[in-house]
Structure formats: structure tokens, C-alpha cells
Design a protein around this ligand. Structure first.
Ligand SMILES: NC(=O)c1ccc[n+]([C@@H]2O[C@H](COP(=O)([O-])OP(=O)(O)OC[C@H]3O[C@@H](n4cnc5c(N)ncnc54)[C@H](OP(=O)(O)O)[C@@H]3O)[C@@H](O)[C@H]2O)c1
Length: 341
């Protein structure tokens, strides 16, 4: 029997290659490596975004004379089985004459799954699950989105030590410091859409763009989505030319998510305010919460989360801190929902 652990170093490399592709958009980040029969690396590839060749095909394209006999493909995701804008990778690997395929994560895609079966039906040795946990962690956004058939939802806010996201006069600018704000901009540049309620647009007049530390625009700008029925002044910053914007005149957040899903969006960031964020929490529609905790006290009633339908502590939602770090003078907390025992 083949010792699957021998492929772990190559899978580590394939996972690194995957990260060279864009984190946003409809398609996953995937890396692939082709090995000759002695397990030497002879080609590398990765997926550069929707409409471009998949990682396996990208790697095969680096071998214009074809693959040598006995070659292995090491791929971070099960090769796809369907024809979208590009052909099925399982078929491309079969036609190239690959002898063995090693992959990390199973493809949860409804249309694209089952590539492994196509490969083994064609007589190719298939090994699955090499560095599966590492791959699942790296691709948690896309894998979760495909499993839930809705975008991965990140809720984010900046708060004072007493849990206020705005002062009594509704101002919220400058709660968090510059290091925290840089972190937010970097995250924005890696996802598909930023959602805010009309209240935030009216009170804060935010830009909601992704910027580099020097103030210049990031190459990728997420779609700015304003949710709510109010008629808004088109001179507000969110409607400027810096990035695309839509206003969805509804309170139905499931409808909002399904419209964004249909546009190929797999990761959305809900940036507030409290009313909109609370609605996502109330409906259990979030995968992680990011809190930028500033060493300030503001008092007043503008709390981060309002009514989420919980009246007694025994019913409080339990989360788990998965990352806590200092960002300048602030504390960054990343929490995910925890299943109750
Ligand atoms: N510290 C932070 O991180 C942060 C971030 C954002 C905002 N803020 C602060 O938060 C304050 C604004 O928050 P907010 O809670 O007043 O406003 P919000 O949540 O931004 O907007 C509330 C509005 O969103 C619309 N809406 C859309 N879908 C909804 C739904 N499912 N349920 C309820 N409302 C929905 C409604 O407007 P329509 O009437 O138009 O339908 C509602 O009045 C400002 O003071 C701002 O400075 C702080």
C-alpha cells in the first residue's frame, strides 16, 4: 500500500501555491503539483480566479511535452468533475495520462463534486485526505460557503471597553486605532462584499473601500452593499466612484445573501451598525465575529448588539475565542459560534 505521509511535504507546497490565487470570488484557492515517478516536482500550478484555468490544468500546461509515465498530481482540492467556464479537471488529468492523484479536501460543490470517482473509474490511483485539516482551515471560507450554500459571513465591529460602538451623539469614528484600521482594510481587500445598514451610512458617511497603509486603493474593491429602505443622498461617500455600490431596499437578509450568492459572492463582511448586525445574529447567520476592542469608555446606550431575542443568561449564545492579539493599543478578538454540549 502507498504510504500517504510521503506526500505531505508536497501538499504543504501545494497549499502555499493555492494562496497565490485570489481569496475573493466564486472559486476556491487551489494549488497543484505534478511529480514524476520518483516523486520529483516537475510542475506547479494554481488557480488565478474564475474563468482562468484550474490549478491542475495550470500545472499541466507547464509540461508542453506531456507528463512522463508514472506521474502523480498533488492537489489541495478534489479535482472537479464539471464543465463550467473551463472543462473538468478530472478529465484533463485522465487525458494527460496521470497515474496517481493525491488530494486534501473533498469537493463539497454540488455540481463539481465526484471527480475522485471519475478518476478511479478510469483506473487512476486516488489518495484523499492528505493534510486534510490544514487544507480545511486554509479554505474554511469557501468550504463553509459551499456547504451552507450561502456566503461565509463575518461580522465585525469596533467597540469601547464598555461595549459601545458609538457615542451618545452617534459618532463612532476613531474608536479603533490605525493598526486596527489597517487590519480591516487588508481583510476588506480579500472578500467580496461589505454590508452596512442605512443608519451607518447616514450617521458615519463611510467610504467602505479597501486601502493600503499609504492610503492608495487596493486592486480589488469589494462590492459595497447598503441594506435598508431609506432614500439616501447620492452625494454620500458610499456612492462615490471608488468602488461599486448597490442599495438593497429590503430588511430580508436572506434575500440579500441569496442575491449576493447569485452574483458569485462567497464571503461577506457585515460592518454594522448594531441594528443590522443584531439581525444577522438573531437569525444565526454568521460564521465568525471580529471585534476591535479599544481601551476607551464611552457610556450611553449605543451597544454593539441590541435585541437578539435572548432574555436569560442560560440562553446566551456561546462563542469560542479562536484568536486574540494586541493591535497597537487595541485588542483584536476573533470568535466563532460554539455548539452547546
Ligand atoms: N463601531 C463600529 O464598528 C460601528 C460600525 C457601524 C456603525 N456604527 C455606529 O452605529 C450607528 C448606526 O447603527 P444603527 O444600528 O443605528 O444602524 P444600522 O444598523 O447601520 O442601520 C439600521 C437601518 O438598517 C435598515 N435595515 C436593513 N435591514 C434591516 C433589518 N433586517 N433589521 C433592521 N433594520 C434593517 C433599517 O433602515 P431603513 O429604515 O432604511 O429600512 C434600519 O433603520 C452609528 O452611530 C454608527 O456610527 C459603529
Amino acid at each position: 500500500m502507498t504510504d500517504t505521509r510521503q506526500f505531505e511535504p508536497m501538499m504543504h507546497r501545494a497549499l502555499e501555491l493555492a494562496l497565490l490565487g485570489p481569496a475573493y470570488g466564486a472559486n476556491p484557492q487551489v494549488g497543484a503539483i505534478i511529480l514524476d515517478k520518483d516523486l520529483n516536482v516537475i510542475a506547479e500550478g494554481w488557480h488565478k480566479g474564475a474563468g482562468t484555468p484550474h490549478a491542475e490544468v495550470d500545472a499541466l500546461s507547464k509540461l508542453p511535452n506531456g507528463v512522463p509515465a508514472g506521474s502523480t498530481a498533488v492537489v489541495t482540492l478534489e479535482p472537479c468533475n464539471h464543465t463550467g467556464r473551463t472543462g473538468p479537471c478530472a478529465v484533463a488529468l485522465i487525458e494527460a495520462g496521470i497515474s496517481r492523484v493525491v488530494y486534501a479536501s473533498k469537493d463539497p460543490g454540488h455540481e463539481s463534486a465526484n471527480g475522485a470517482k471519475t478518476l478511479s473509474d478510469a483506473g487512476i490511483e486516488v489518495i484523499q485526505g492528505v493534510l486534510e485539516n490544514e487544507a480545511a482551515e486554509q479554505s474554511v471560507v469557501w468550504l463553509t460557503a459551499m456547504k451552507k450554500q450561502r456566503p461565509y459571513i463575518t461580522l465585525k465591529w469596533a467597540q469601547t471597553l464598555d461595549g459601545r460602538t458609538a457615542a451618545t451623539d452617534k459618532t463612532s469614528k476613531w474608536i479603533s486605532g490605525s493598526v486596527s484600521r489597517e487590519d480591516v482594510h487588508l481583510r476588506r481587500s480579500r472578500l467580496d462584499a461589505i454590508l452596512v445598514g442605512t443608519g451607518t451610512v447616514k450617521y458615519d458617511n463611510p467610504d467602505l473601500t479597501a486601502r493600503k497603509p499609504d492610503g492608495s486603493r487596493c486592486e480589488h474593491q469589494p462590492l459595497r452593499v447598503v441594506v435598508g429602505t431609506s432614500e439616501l443622498d447620492q452625494d454620500l461617500r458610499v456612492f462615490n466612484e471608488e468602488a461599486p455600490t448597490v442599495q438593497l431596499k429590503t430588511h430580508d437578509i436572506n434575500q440579500v445573501l441569496s442575491q449576493l450568492w447569485d452574483r458569485g459572492m462567497r464571503h461577506v463582511l457585515v460592518e454594522g451598525g448594531a441594528e443590522l448586525a443584531s439581525e444577522f445574529i438573531k437569525q444565526g447567520l454568521f460564521d465568525e465575529i471580529l471585534i476591535y476592542q479599544a481601551p476607551l469608555l464611552a457610556g450611553g446606550t449605543n451597544v454593539a448588539v441590541t435585541d437578539i431575542g435572548i432574555n436569560t443568561m442560560a440562553d446566551a449564545l456561546t462563542l469560542e475565542f479562536v484568536e486574540v492579539k494586541q493591535l497597537g493599543a487595541d485588542l483584536f478578538i476573533r470568535a466563532i459560534p460554539k455548539e452547546r454540549n
